[in-house]
Design a protein around this ligand. Structure first.
Ligand code: C2G
Length: 138
């Protein structure tokens, strides 16, 4: 069984995330998603999520490509995870290109092209604009 792992926050789950998860699963048989915990997001990624960890985990577990969701608590857990879960392939979007090349010592590393024109930040900004336009119209 070929085991794949990827890491992320996956807030406001959208089709860019789904594209990545689908491509990741196509590389093997079992996909593990290491999901950033709320404290890790706030302290080390400067991200305040709309959905909390349990809600983001629930959404990911409903995605047909995902077989297991584990917590991401630190930047430094990846090698341990690769060994613990006997991972064959580590995948990330190419906004991380090169950042995890050191992992090639432990497994294959693949960077997939990010899906253009969509991001959690963009969704939040677009909704803010809609809200402001509505307020002006009232
Ligand atoms: N992604 C993508 N296309 C988008 C948006 C995101 O391919 N339009 C990918 C990202 O490249 C990443 C994954 O979806 O591989 C999750 O994205 P985020 O939730 O933004 O994850 P990030 O904050 O990059 O966290 O230790 C690694 C970090 O946890 C990665």
């Amino acid at each position: 069984m070929k085991r794949i792992i990827t890491y992320g926050t996956f807030d406001l789950l959208h089709y860019g995330h789904i594209n990545l998860l689908q491509r990741a699963k196509e590389r093997g048989d079992y996909l593990i998603v290491a999901l950033s915990e709320d404290e890790f997001n706030e302290k080390y990624k400067n991200k305040k999520c709309y959905f909390n960890y349990e809600e983001r985990k629930h959404l990911l577990e409903a995605v047909r490509y995902v077989d297991l969701v584990i917590p991401e608590k630190s930047w430094n857990q990846k090698v341990h995870d690769i060994q613990l879960y006997q991972v064959d392939v580590f995948v990330m979007g190419d906004d991380w290109k090169g950042k995890f090349d050191f992992m090639t010592e432990y497994c294959d590393v693949i960077y997939f092209p990010r899906t253009k024109m969509i991001s959690t930040t963009q969704i939040k900004n677009d909704l803010k604009t809609v809200d402001q336009e509505r307020t002006v119209q009232v």
